[in-house]
Design a binder for this molecule. Sequence first.
Ligand code: GLY
Ligand code: MN
Ligand code: MN
Length: 468
Amino acid sequence: MAAFRLCVLLVWATITAATAQSRTTPEKPSDTLDKEFHRQRREQLRKQLPARSVAVFFTAPVRNRANDVDFYYHPDPDFYYLTGYTEPNAVLLVFAEPQTVNGKKVTDLLFVQPNNAQEELWNGKRLGVDGAATTLGIATQPNTSFQNYKLDESLQVFIKPLPTDVRDNERDEADLYSLVEQFTGKAKSANLTGLEQVMAQLREQKTEEELRLLRKAITISAQAQIEVMKAMKPGMSEMEVQGIHEFVYKKYGAQHVGYPSIVGAGNNGCVLHYIESGKPSITNNELVLMDVGAEVKGYTADVTRTIPANGKFSPEQKAIYELVLKAQDAAIEQCKVGNQFFAPGQVAQDVIADGLVKLGVIKNKSEARRYFPHGTSHYLGLDVHDAGSYGPFKPNTVITVEPGIYIPDGSPCDKKWWGIGVRIEDDILITEKGWENLSKLAPRTVADIEKTMVQPSALDDFTLPEIK
Ligand code: GLY
Ligand code: MN
Ligand code: MN
């Protein structure tokens, strides 16, 4: 009996706790990192601010797509990093020392969109002023009060270059256009140097929370590469291949793509950032280059695989592919704390130049840039080309290693190489212990790709009835 009572009590306590929790959970699903993460990021920034100063950040502008439709809103990465706020029309002040605002001492102050029933009917819930304070753990004010906010004139103001592509929404007195205008009237002089670099250095080294999100985005992207390898067959369109990648992202909870997907077959694979996906039917002998990345809570993957449409590399495709792979392997070995940022790229260029001479594609190593015309690495994080110092590697940074060879039709070499475009891109975590390939789940070698491509796919059964 006592055990039964205890059990009932436990159930009751659980229900009560769950109800209390659901009461305090904001209606808008939280798409933030933990508020403690953002607080710590502001503390790191504060440490770099000189005494008696303030750093001012504006959110990104809303960008118009056509007529009264805007592009999906993407917050400014620095703003998101420091606050977790994902709505537009906001300003953040990070003070070097606490300031008194409405009788309270605050170290940071966030001006946000207030609740507005009409706007929320059309565009969805806003956190609102109190909701933002609770959810994000930061002092907030409505953005409509920014125009009357008195910025202490004795404070030195740091700011990044202000966005220039901001449209005035005349119906909103606190849209970004107005906030920027109100700010320029408020700050007598603002220091435009330094803040961008400070933010870049903070964002370069990832925390555990950030790495968790990056690992998720990268794993989903790698799984999508596997699903496409299984589903790929000649006759598919580039758009269909893109659709499979992006379906897998959504299936596993990635909210967006981190950048427009690049899916190019044959000669289209030789266009570095080909985003049309315009080829209706991929042919039997073509390679398909797929440079795609899922975004999870703002953090993006960037993974490229190049596969033969028919499941089997031709001898020429294999020769070029294995040269790129060799260059990538050599470059990844350079991913060590203390090495210069450009060390992997230099090694990759050297391997590719040597290999292209040996294959007879070029006569001199100096001609190699024609076929490998881009850099090998960039930081990865909230931006696909993420902020960072581009100095020696520091621990807990994530970079891409992505050599490639592109030989478009008409190139000055034997025709047998024409239309071959290969890029292999992996996302590499650099720590004190060495490097880790976060995207290794996606098959990379010729043998592993060919083995994956013979596997059945759930998409094999898709049919569309005849359209009359
Ligand atoms: N996805 C663009 C790049 O690899 O840099
Ligand atoms: Mn890429
Ligand atoms: Mn990249």
